[in-house]
Design a protein around this ligand. Sequence first.
Ligand SMILES: NC(=O)c1ccc[n+]([C@@H]2O[C@H](COP(=O)([O-])OP(=O)(O)OC[C@H]3O[C@@H](n4cnc5c(N)ncnc54)[C@H](OP(=O)(O)O)[C@@H]3O)[C@@H](O)[C@H]2O)c1
Length: 285
Amino acid sequence: MGDCKDRVALVTGSSRGIGRGIAKRLASEGASVILSASRMGSHGDLQGTLEEAVAEIQAAGGQAVAEPANLLDESARSDLIARSEAHFGPVDILVNNAAMGAWGMPSQLRLKDRRKLMEVNFHAPVDLAQQVLPGMRERGQGWILNIGSDSSRQPAVPYRDTRDAAHVIVAYGSSKAALSRYTKGLADEVVEDGVFVNCLAPVSIVLTQEAAQFVGHIARANPDMTEPIEVMVEAAVELVSGRHVGQDVYSRQLLHEVGRAVRSLDGSDVLGDAFMPANLEEVVG
Ligand SMILES: NC(=O)c1ccc[n+]([C@@H]2O[C@H](COP(=O)([O-])OP(=O)(O)OC[C@H]3O[C@@H](n4cnc5c(N)ncnc54)[C@H](OP(=O)(O)O)[C@@H]3O)[C@@H](O)[C@H]2O)c1
């Protein structure tokens, strides 16, 4: 415990789902955390707000504040690092977790949807990295973690059983493939300045409310295709506290390779190892 003591972390997309889990777990490791999402308030059907996520961390004794920014909007994200640094000082850890989906057959993807997708899933992480890097390089220390997806590496064509699913996910997967490629290039450029850049994807489905809505039926029919949020979150903590460089890895693979145990999101208990099963009844808020 205490892997991130006295460090400052910004986690995008942390009002709910995986980002919220990462924020909570980083706080349990001693980091002061800035949580960001596009909205402060209610999300209609999707539970989870920035206020609620911040209050949960504070109630557990952690340091957290909310700093909203709609990453789709270039100007709204242009000062997110500066606004974040006004709270606890320089950002040591940036987790680019926020993402959106755009589903459609490859032959019919509309330009305006592709633009939005690339804006949130690729340009925003790059912009935030470019904002935070000068300070990290000057201080000789920093960690940037981009959250990727297995959909960036589709199986060889022709697809068989999962044909339709593989088709509609192609635009989202393309945006994540771009992020993965960027990660490796940036990692090599800045490692000698003490900045560690990596990309991490869940090995399968983490049943967040969003994922449950779209692929919950696949997860329930194939329990092996689900992953506990704690596994993904623990792998993220490993990458933002260790000395990994330019990794583009799956959560389970990384934890298995480094032999790291999986803890509860509040850090208090060891739950198991990289291969612990998911609770299919539990949808992550
Ligand atoms: N769940 C999975 O199985 C799975 C699998 C592969 C990869 N991933 C990746 O893991 C990450 C998290 O996924 P998740 O399932 O936890 O997502 P989620 O539950 O849908 O949460 C997405 C988060 O991103 C924020 N967000 C969305 N659009 C935004 C925007 N324009 N500006 C700022 N924030 C925005 C959302 O808040 P607001 O709505 O308030 O903006 C929310 O906090 C994503 O990068 C996703 O691609 C997830």
